[in-house]
Design a protein around this ligand. Structure first.
Ligand code: ZN
Ligand code: FE
Length: 261
């Protein structure tokens, strides 16, 4: 979940926590968009100097809601060449987890940015999906992340290759499995043009078969999105063959039963 420091979310962490308590969730976690080495890289993340403020706001939510387990995470963009920066971020605070996300296929194109939708018309969907999954596979192999975020983000605008993408999924899932990286079911996909969970059912089923660990996320950018469509996500996990999920504390993975909802 996010905070206003990323400049496109509303509501403070303690407000998200209050909503979670109302829903009866036992545990939540924040993973706002972490800074890039250059603050002018884009305009939808916290600046490097705001990292301490982010941690302080999550800590205030913990103080305000001691009955709730609140995890401190970060959603970190994976771009080749950023590895040292990510390692440096990892050392700065007692993180519970890092979610690695691929939004950028180059320094200048975030494939999920509606303002850059025209870039999709410059190449075949399969070319974009292939480059996306290759980068995601690299992220899995980097050893920098506990979880990979919204793993089929390339479907956000419902631009699908006519070709079979199963080989792309397999390569990625084998890397995730080998490196012990989890994926998430992220319910934000239901709120985008693609109108389905990230990842889609076929990819989730392959992930279950490959033994890739699973977490759940609402990717909330506002308090009323906390835990949104969570029951549907859990049902989908079961249908795909998952019997367990996992949680993270200080970047250690623990096995947990699937939630009952
Ligand atoms: Zn965001
Ligand atoms: Fe993201």
């Amino acid at each position: 979940m996010h905070t206003p420091l990323c400049r496109h979310a509303t509501g403070e962490p303690w407000e998200y926590a209050a909503q979670a308590r109302q829903l009866g969730l036992p545990e939540i976690g924040f993973a706002d968009h972490g800074p890039m080495p250059r603050d002018d890289f884009d305009d939808w993340r916290m600046k490097a100097g705001e990292l301490g403020e982010y941690v302080a706001r999550v800590e205030r939510a913990r103080r305000d809601h001691p009955q709730l387990v609140i995890k401190l995470g970060l959603e970190v963009d994976y771009l080749p060449g950023c590895e040292d920066w990510i390692r440096e971020l990892a050392g700065r605070h007692p993180w519970d987890y890092f979610i690695g996300s691929v939004h950028y296929l180059s320094e200048s194109w975030a494939i999920d940015n509606p303002a850059q939708l025209a870039r999709w018309k410059e190449r075949a969907p399969l070319e974009v999906w292939t480059a996306y999954f290759e980068r995601l596979t690299q992220a899995a192999e980097s050893g920098l992340f506990d979880i990979l975020g919204h793993v089929d983000l390339c479907k956000k605008f419902a631009i699908y290759p006519p070709e079979d993408c199963t080989p792309l999924y397999h390569r990625f899932l084998q890397a995730a499995r080998r490196h012990g990286v989890a994926i998430e079911i992220n319910t934000a996909g239901l709120r985008k043009d693609c109108r389905e969970l990230y990842p889609g059912f076929h990819l989730l089923q392959l992930a279950a078969q490959a033994g890739v660990p699973l977490t759940f996320g609402s990717d909330a950018h506002a308090p009323n999105e906390v835990g949104l469509n969570f029951a549907e996500a859990v049902a989908q996990a079961r249908r795909a063959g998952y019997t367990q999920c996992c949680r993270f504390t200080r970047r250690q993975r623990q096995v947990a039963p699937l939630p009952l909802s």
